[in-house]
Design a protein around this ligand. Structure first.
Ligand SMILES: Cc1ncc(COP(=O)(O)O)c(C=O)c1O
Length: 393
Protein backbone atom coordinates (compact mmCIF):
# COMPACT_ATOMS: atom_id res chain seq x y z
CA UNK A 1 0.00 0.00 0.00
CA UNK A 2 1.22 3.57 -0.78
CA UNK A 3 2.77 5.25 2.26
CA UNK A 4 1.34 8.54 3.49
CA UNK A 5 3.94 11.22 2.79
CA UNK A 6 3.20 14.10 5.23
CA UNK A 7 4.73 13.74 8.72
CA UNK A 8 2.80 11.42 11.01
CA UNK A 9 3.34 11.72 14.76
CA UNK A 10 5.90 9.40 16.32
CA UNK A 11 3.19 8.21 18.67
CA UNK A 12 1.07 6.99 15.78
CA UNK A 13 4.03 5.56 13.91
CA UNK A 14 4.70 3.46 17.01
CA UNK A 15 1.34 1.70 16.94
CA UNK A 16 -0.33 -0.86 14.70
CA UNK A 17 -3.89 -2.08 14.06
CA UNK A 18 -4.71 -5.12 16.15
CA UNK A 19 -4.36 -8.64 14.75
CA UNK A 20 -8.03 -9.22 15.57
CA UNK A 21 -9.15 -6.53 13.14
CA UNK A 22 -6.54 -7.47 10.51
CA UNK A 23 -7.66 -11.08 10.46
CA UNK A 24 -11.30 -9.99 10.04
CA UNK A 25 -10.34 -7.70 7.12
CA UNK A 26 -8.33 -10.46 5.41
CA UNK A 27 -11.19 -12.93 5.95
CA UNK A 28 -13.70 -10.51 4.39
CA UNK A 29 -11.36 -10.20 1.38
CA UNK A 30 -11.07 -13.94 0.76
CA UNK A 31 -14.69 -14.75 1.73
CA UNK A 32 -16.56 -17.87 2.95
CA UNK A 33 -14.74 -17.98 6.30
CA UNK A 34 -16.07 -19.08 9.68
CA UNK A 35 -14.84 -17.38 12.78
CA UNK A 36 -13.20 -18.31 16.05
CA UNK A 37 -11.75 -14.82 15.90
CA UNK A 38 -13.27 -11.61 17.15
CA UNK A 39 -14.52 -11.43 20.73
CA UNK A 40 -18.17 -10.79 19.99
CA UNK A 41 -21.01 -12.78 21.53
CA UNK A 42 -23.39 -13.90 18.77
CA UNK A 43 -26.57 -12.63 20.46
CA UNK A 44 -28.66 -9.81 19.00
CA UNK A 45 -29.45 -6.69 21.04
CA UNK A 46 -31.75 -7.93 23.86
CA UNK A 47 -35.45 -7.52 22.85
CA UNK A 48 -36.30 -5.41 25.96
CA UNK A 49 -33.59 -2.96 24.86
CA UNK A 50 -34.97 -2.81 21.31
CA UNK A 51 -38.49 -2.13 22.66
CA UNK A 52 -37.27 0.54 25.07
CA UNK A 53 -35.26 2.24 22.32
CA UNK A 54 -38.25 2.42 19.96
CA UNK A 55 -40.23 4.15 22.72
CA UNK A 56 -37.39 6.51 23.68
CA UNK A 57 -36.69 7.56 20.09
CA UNK A 58 -40.36 8.38 19.52
CA UNK A 59 -41.11 10.06 22.82
CA UNK A 60 -37.94 11.73 24.13
CA UNK A 61 -36.70 14.60 21.94
CA UNK A 62 -33.58 14.98 24.10
CA UNK A 63 -32.39 11.46 23.33
CA UNK A 64 -30.55 12.62 20.22
CA UNK A 65 -28.67 15.34 22.08
CA UNK A 66 -25.51 15.37 24.20
CA UNK A 67 -25.95 14.16 27.76
CA UNK A 68 -23.90 15.55 30.64
CA UNK A 69 -20.23 14.76 30.06
CA UNK A 70 -20.25 12.15 32.80
CA UNK A 71 -23.38 10.53 31.39
CA UNK A 72 -27.11 10.56 32.14
CA UNK A 73 -27.72 10.90 35.89
CA UNK A 74 -30.22 8.01 35.89
CA UNK A 75 -27.66 5.72 34.30
CA UNK A 76 -24.87 6.71 36.70
CA UNK A 77 -27.20 6.14 39.65
CA UNK A 78 -28.09 2.70 38.27
CA UNK A 79 -24.41 1.87 37.76
CA UNK A 80 -23.59 2.91 41.33
CA UNK A 81 -26.32 0.55 42.59
CA UNK A 82 -25.02 -2.25 40.38
CA UNK A 83 -21.46 -1.72 41.67
CA UNK A 84 -22.77 -1.89 45.21
CA UNK A 85 -24.90 -5.01 44.64
CA UNK A 86 -22.46 -6.97 42.51
CA UNK A 87 -19.05 -5.87 43.79
CA UNK A 88 -19.63 -4.32 47.19
CA UNK A 89 -18.29 -1.01 45.82
CA UNK A 90 -19.33 2.36 47.21
CA UNK A 91 -18.94 4.88 44.39
CA UNK A 92 -20.52 8.32 44.21
CA UNK A 93 -22.51 8.49 40.95
CA UNK A 94 -22.00 12.27 40.80
CA UNK A 95 -18.22 12.33 41.03
CA UNK A 96 -16.76 8.83 40.72
CA UNK A 97 -18.53 7.26 37.74
CA UNK A 98 -18.28 8.37 34.13
CA UNK A 99 -20.07 6.71 31.22
CA UNK A 100 -17.76 6.27 28.22
CA UNK A 101 -17.73 5.22 24.57
CA UNK A 102 -17.28 1.56 25.42
CA UNK A 103 -14.69 0.22 27.82
CA UNK A 104 -12.15 1.18 25.17
CA UNK A 105 -12.56 4.92 25.70
CA UNK A 106 -12.50 4.39 29.47
CA UNK A 107 -9.16 2.62 29.05
CA UNK A 108 -7.70 5.24 26.73
CA UNK A 109 -8.76 8.17 28.95
CA UNK A 110 -7.21 6.41 31.95
CA UNK A 111 -3.94 5.66 30.19
CA UNK A 112 -3.65 9.20 28.81
CA UNK A 113 -4.30 10.52 32.32
CA UNK A 114 -1.70 8.39 34.07
CA UNK A 115 1.09 7.81 31.55
CA UNK A 116 3.72 10.33 30.48
CA UNK A 117 6.43 10.07 27.84
CA UNK A 118 8.91 7.36 28.92
CA UNK A 119 6.73 5.96 31.72
CA UNK A 120 6.38 2.22 32.05
CA UNK A 121 3.19 0.23 32.48
CA UNK A 122 3.37 -3.42 33.46
CA UNK A 123 1.16 -5.85 31.58
CA UNK A 124 0.80 -9.39 32.90
CA UNK A 125 1.01 -11.02 29.50
CA UNK A 126 -0.25 -12.20 27.13
CA UNK A 127 -2.67 -9.33 27.59
CA UNK A 128 -5.38 -7.53 25.61
CA UNK A 129 -3.53 -6.18 22.57
CA UNK A 130 -5.10 -2.71 22.65
CA UNK A 131 -3.47 -1.97 26.04
CA UNK A 132 -0.12 -2.08 24.28
CA UNK A 133 -1.18 0.38 21.58
CA UNK A 134 -2.79 2.73 24.11
CA UNK A 135 0.34 2.85 26.26
CA UNK A 136 2.48 3.52 23.18
CA UNK A 137 0.04 6.20 22.04
CA UNK A 138 0.55 7.96 25.38
CA UNK A 139 4.33 7.84 24.77
CA UNK A 140 4.81 5.17 27.43
CA UNK A 141 6.45 1.77 27.31
CA UNK A 142 4.59 -1.48 27.90
CA UNK A 143 6.62 -3.88 30.05
CA UNK A 144 5.58 -7.50 29.82
CA UNK A 145 5.47 -9.70 32.90
CA UNK A 146 4.65 -13.14 31.47
CA UNK A 147 1.98 -15.20 33.23
CA UNK A 148 2.84 -18.74 34.34
CA UNK A 149 2.05 -21.78 32.21
CA UNK A 150 -1.50 -21.99 33.58
CA UNK A 151 -1.95 -18.26 32.91
CA UNK A 152 -1.75 -17.45 36.63
CA UNK A 153 0.20 -14.44 37.97
CA UNK A 154 3.95 -14.82 38.36
CA UNK A 155 4.19 -12.30 41.17
CA UNK A 156 7.98 -12.55 41.52
CA UNK A 157 8.50 -11.86 37.79
CA UNK A 158 6.03 -9.01 38.01
CA UNK A 159 7.82 -7.43 40.97
CA UNK A 160 11.17 -7.77 39.21
CA UNK A 161 9.86 -5.79 36.26
CA UNK A 162 9.07 -2.74 38.43
CA UNK A 163 11.52 0.15 37.93
CA UNK A 164 11.52 3.81 39.05
CA UNK A 165 9.70 4.58 35.77
CA UNK A 166 6.78 2.24 36.45
CA UNK A 167 3.48 4.08 36.84
CA UNK A 168 0.82 1.43 36.64
CA UNK A 169 -0.13 -2.22 36.33
CA UNK A 170 -2.86 -2.87 33.81
CA UNK A 171 -4.78 -6.09 33.80
CA UNK A 172 -7.92 -7.76 32.71
CA UNK A 173 -9.60 -10.48 34.72
CA UNK A 174 -11.28 -12.68 33.60
CA UNK A 175 -8.68 -12.41 30.91
CA UNK A 176 -8.65 -11.73 27.23
CA UNK A 177 -6.87 -13.60 25.62
CA UNK A 178 -6.07 -16.25 28.25
CA UNK A 179 -9.51 -17.04 29.70
CA UNK A 180 -7.83 -16.98 33.11
CA UNK A 181 -9.62 -15.56 36.16
CA UNK A 182 -7.26 -14.36 38.89
CA UNK A 183 -7.95 -15.73 42.38
CA UNK A 184 -8.72 -13.44 45.31
CA UNK A 185 -5.24 -14.14 46.71
CA UNK A 186 -3.66 -13.01 43.43
CA UNK A 187 -5.83 -9.89 43.30
CA UNK A 188 -4.93 -8.97 46.89
CA UNK A 189 -1.23 -9.61 46.25
CA UNK A 190 -1.38 -7.28 43.24
CA UNK A 191 -3.07 -4.54 45.28
CA UNK A 192 -0.41 -4.85 47.96
CA UNK A 193 2.38 -4.66 45.39
CA UNK A 194 0.80 -1.57 43.80
CA UNK A 195 0.64 0.05 47.22
CA UNK A 196 4.22 -0.90 48.10
CA UNK A 197 5.59 0.70 44.92
CA UNK A 198 3.01 3.51 44.74
CA UNK A 199 1.53 2.39 41.41
CA UNK A 200 -1.90 2.75 39.89
CA UNK A 201 -3.86 -0.44 39.23
CA UNK A 202 -6.01 -0.33 36.10
CA UNK A 203 -8.50 -3.21 36.38
CA UNK A 204 -10.46 -4.11 33.31
CA UNK A 205 -13.53 -6.11 34.39
CA UNK A 206 -15.19 -6.30 30.97
CA UNK A 207 -15.79 -10.07 31.41
CA UNK A 208 -16.70 -10.04 35.12
CA UNK A 209 -20.05 -11.75 34.50
CA UNK A 210 -18.49 -14.88 33.05
CA UNK A 211 -16.56 -16.92 35.59
CA UNK A 212 -17.07 -20.65 35.12
CA UNK A 213 -16.14 -21.79 38.65
CA UNK A 214 -18.80 -19.45 40.09
CA UNK A 215 -16.44 -18.27 42.84
CA UNK A 216 -17.02 -14.55 43.30
CA UNK A 217 -13.94 -12.38 42.89
CA UNK A 218 -12.91 -9.28 44.83
CA UNK A 219 -12.90 -6.06 42.84
CA UNK A 220 -9.91 -4.00 44.06
CA UNK A 221 -11.99 -0.81 44.01
CA UNK A 222 -14.17 -2.28 46.78
CA UNK A 223 -11.23 -2.21 49.21
CA UNK A 224 -11.07 1.22 50.90
CA UNK A 225 -7.34 0.86 51.50
CA UNK A 226 -6.60 0.62 47.78
CA UNK A 227 -9.43 2.49 46.03
CA UNK A 228 -7.43 5.74 45.56
CA UNK A 229 -4.99 3.93 43.28
CA UNK A 230 -7.49 1.73 41.44
CA UNK A 231 -9.31 2.55 38.21
CA UNK A 232 -12.13 0.17 37.38
CA UNK A 233 -12.96 -0.27 33.70
CA UNK A 234 -16.32 -1.80 32.82
CA UNK A 235 -18.34 -2.41 29.70
CA UNK A 236 -21.84 -3.38 28.64
CA UNK A 237 -20.56 -4.69 25.32
CA UNK A 238 -20.11 -8.35 26.05
CA UNK A 239 -22.51 -8.96 28.92
CA UNK A 240 -25.52 -7.37 27.21
CA UNK A 241 -24.44 -8.02 23.59
CA UNK A 242 -24.19 -4.26 22.99
CA UNK A 243 -20.79 -4.19 21.27
CA UNK A 244 -22.02 -1.87 18.51
CA UNK A 245 -23.77 0.54 20.86
CA UNK A 246 -20.43 1.58 22.35
CA UNK A 247 -21.14 2.06 26.00
CA UNK A 248 -18.97 1.35 29.03
CA UNK A 249 -17.89 3.20 32.13
CA UNK A 250 -14.99 4.09 34.34
CA UNK A 251 -14.99 4.26 38.14
CA UNK A 252 -12.23 6.14 39.95
CA UNK A 253 -11.84 8.11 43.16
CA UNK A 254 -13.01 11.71 42.85
CA UNK A 255 -9.62 13.48 42.46
CA UNK A 256 -8.46 11.07 39.78
CA UNK A 257 -11.84 11.18 38.02
CA UNK A 258 -11.54 14.95 37.70
CA UNK A 259 -8.38 14.38 35.63
CA UNK A 260 -9.79 11.49 33.60
CA UNK A 261 -12.83 13.66 32.81
CA UNK A 262 -10.64 16.23 31.06
CA UNK A 263 -9.53 13.59 28.58
CA UNK A 264 -13.05 12.24 28.15
CA UNK A 265 -14.30 15.76 27.42
CA UNK A 266 -11.52 16.36 24.90
CA UNK A 267 -12.06 13.06 23.08
CA UNK A 268 -15.76 12.19 23.15
CA UNK A 269 -17.68 14.93 25.07
CA UNK A 270 -20.07 12.19 26.18
CA UNK A 271 -21.02 8.62 25.34
CA UNK A 272 -23.76 8.46 22.66
CA UNK A 273 -27.02 9.39 24.40
CA UNK A 274 -29.16 6.76 22.59
CA UNK A 275 -26.65 4.14 23.73
CA UNK A 276 -26.94 5.36 27.31
CA UNK A 277 -30.71 4.82 27.07
CA UNK A 278 -29.98 1.33 25.73
CA UNK A 279 -27.68 0.68 28.70
CA UNK A 280 -30.34 1.84 31.12
CA UNK A 281 -32.87 -0.48 29.50
CA UNK A 282 -30.43 -3.41 29.62
CA UNK A 283 -29.82 -2.79 33.31
CA UNK A 284 -33.47 -2.51 34.28
CA UNK A 285 -34.21 -5.00 37.01
CA UNK A 286 -36.94 -6.89 35.11
CA UNK A 287 -37.69 -10.58 34.71
CA UNK A 288 -37.27 -10.26 30.92
CA UNK A 289 -33.71 -8.97 31.41
CA UNK A 290 -32.89 -11.59 34.03
CA UNK A 291 -34.12 -14.38 31.75
CA UNK A 292 -32.18 -13.04 28.79
CA UNK A 293 -28.98 -12.86 30.81
CA UNK A 294 -29.41 -16.33 32.30
CA UNK A 295 -30.07 -17.81 28.85
CA UNK A 296 -27.08 -16.14 27.20
CA UNK A 297 -24.76 -17.13 30.04
CA UNK A 298 -26.00 -20.73 29.86
CA UNK A 299 -25.35 -20.69 26.10
CA UNK A 300 -21.77 -19.46 26.66
CA UNK A 301 -21.16 -22.17 29.28
CA UNK A 302 -22.24 -24.77 26.71
CA UNK A 303 -20.05 -23.21 24.03
CA UNK A 304 -17.07 -23.33 26.36
CA UNK A 305 -17.63 -27.06 26.93
CA UNK A 306 -18.07 -27.62 23.20
CA UNK A 307 -14.89 -25.70 22.33
CA UNK A 308 -12.86 -27.61 24.96
CA UNK A 309 -14.28 -30.96 23.79
CA UNK A 310 -13.40 -30.17 20.17
CA UNK A 311 -9.89 -29.09 21.19
CA UNK A 312 -9.41 -32.26 23.24
CA UNK A 313 -10.23 -34.30 20.13
CA UNK A 314 -7.27 -32.52 18.50
CA UNK A 315 -4.84 -33.25 21.35
CA UNK A 316 -2.12 -34.33 18.88
CA UNK A 317 -2.24 -30.84 17.39
CA UNK A 318 -3.15 -28.46 20.24
CA UNK A 319 -2.72 -28.20 24.00
CA UNK A 320 -4.68 -25.73 26.11
CA UNK A 321 -5.59 -24.64 29.62
CA UNK A 322 -9.40 -24.81 30.07
CA UNK A 323 -10.70 -21.26 30.43
CA UNK A 324 -11.97 -20.16 33.85
CA UNK A 325 -13.69 -17.06 32.52
CA UNK A 326 -14.52 -14.89 29.47
CA UNK A 327 -15.06 -16.65 26.11
CA UNK A 328 -11.52 -17.28 24.96
CA UNK A 329 -9.09 -20.16 24.99
CA UNK A 330 -5.42 -20.03 24.11
CA UNK A 331 -4.64 -23.01 21.86
CA UNK A 332 -0.93 -23.87 21.77
CA UNK A 333 -0.19 -25.44 18.40
CA UNK A 334 2.02 -28.52 18.41
CA UNK A 335 2.11 -29.09 14.66
CA UNK A 336 4.33 -26.23 13.52
CA UNK A 337 7.42 -24.28 14.49
CA UNK A 338 6.24 -21.24 12.53
CA UNK A 339 5.27 -17.98 14.24
CA UNK A 340 1.64 -17.54 15.23
CA UNK A 341 0.81 -15.05 12.47
CA UNK A 342 2.03 -17.43 9.73
CA UNK A 343 0.05 -20.33 11.26
CA UNK A 344 -3.12 -18.22 11.62
CA UNK A 345 -2.80 -17.00 8.02
CA UNK A 346 -2.34 -20.55 6.74
CA UNK A 347 -5.43 -21.71 8.65
CA UNK A 348 -7.32 -18.73 7.27
CA UNK A 349 -6.31 -19.23 3.64
CA UNK A 350 -6.29 -23.03 3.55
CA UNK A 351 -9.07 -23.96 6.00
CA UNK A 352 -11.07 -20.70 5.85
CA UNK A 353 -11.19 -20.38 9.64
CA UNK A 354 -10.42 -17.15 11.47
CA UNK A 355 -8.20 -17.54 14.55
CA UNK A 356 -6.17 -14.81 16.25
CA UNK A 357 -2.37 -15.05 16.40
CA UNK A 358 -1.36 -14.05 19.91
CA UNK A 359 2.14 -12.85 19.08
CA UNK A 360 0.75 -9.29 19.27
CA UNK A 361 -0.52 -9.82 22.83
CA UNK A 362 2.87 -9.42 24.52
CA UNK A 363 5.43 -11.91 25.79
CA UNK A 364 4.13 -15.36 26.68
CA UNK A 365 1.65 -15.55 23.81
CA UNK A 366 4.09 -16.95 21.24
CA UNK A 367 3.12 -20.26 19.65
CA UNK A 368 -0.58 -19.83 20.44
CA UNK A 369 -3.79 -18.97 18.67
CA UNK A 370 -6.63 -17.31 20.54
CA UNK A 371 -9.94 -19.01 19.86
CA UNK A 372 -13.16 -17.23 20.78
CA UNK A 373 -16.30 -19.26 21.50
CA UNK A 374 -18.66 -16.29 21.44
CA UNK A 375 -20.18 -17.59 18.15
CA UNK A 376 -23.11 -19.97 17.65
CA UNK A 377 -22.52 -23.68 18.34
CA UNK A 378 -23.02 -24.41 14.63
CA UNK A 379 -20.22 -21.96 13.75
CA UNK A 380 -17.89 -23.42 16.39
CA UNK A 381 -18.55 -26.94 15.07
CA UNK A 382 -18.06 -25.86 11.46
CA UNK A 383 -14.78 -24.13 12.32
CA UNK A 384 -13.45 -27.19 14.14
CA UNK A 385 -14.65 -29.53 11.36
CA UNK A 386 -12.69 -27.44 8.87
CA UNK A 387 -9.59 -27.29 11.08
CA UNK A 388 -9.77 -31.04 11.74
CA UNK A 389 -9.95 -31.83 8.01
CA UNK A 390 -7.07 -29.44 7.36
CA UNK A 391 -4.88 -30.84 10.15
CA UNK A 392 -5.53 -34.46 9.14
CA UNK A 393 -5.20 -33.87 5.39
C1 LIG B 1 -10.38 -6.93 27.74
C2 LIG B 1 -11.19 -5.98 26.95
N1 LIG B 1 -11.33 -4.72 27.40
C3 LIG B 1 -12.02 -3.82 26.72
C4 LIG B 1 -12.62 -4.14 25.52
C5 LIG B 1 -13.37 -3.08 24.78
O1 LIG B 1 -14.72 -3.25 24.97
P1 LIG B 1 -15.79 -2.12 24.54
O2 LIG B 1 -16.59 -2.73 23.44
O3 LIG B 1 -16.57 -1.91 25.78
O4 LIG B 1 -15.05 -0.92 24.11
C6 LIG B 1 -12.51 -5.44 25.01
C7 LIG B 1 -13.11 -5.81 23.72
O5 LIG B 1 -12.89 -6.83 23.15
C8 LIG B 1 -11.79 -6.39 25.76
O6 LIG B 1 -11.66 -7.65 25.35
Amino acid sequence: MKKYTLPVSRRVQAIAPSATKNMAIEAARIGACVSLGQGVPSFATPPPVVDAMCRVLQKDPSCGKYSLQTGMPALRTRLARLLHEEKNIEADPETEICVTVGGMEALLCTVLTLVDEGDEVILPSPSYASYIEQILLAGGNPVFAPLDKNWGLDLAALEQSITPKTRAIMLCTPGNPTGNALSNEEILALCTLAEQYNLALICDETYDYLVYDNISRISPFSLPRFRERVVLIASLSKKYALTGWRVGWVTASRPLMQEIMKVHDATAICAPTPSQHAALAALEDSSANRQWLAATKAALYKRRDLCCARLERLHDFFSFVPPQGAFYVMARYLFSQEDALSVALRILHEARVITIPTSGFGKGGEGHLRLSFGGEESEINEAFDRMERWLKR
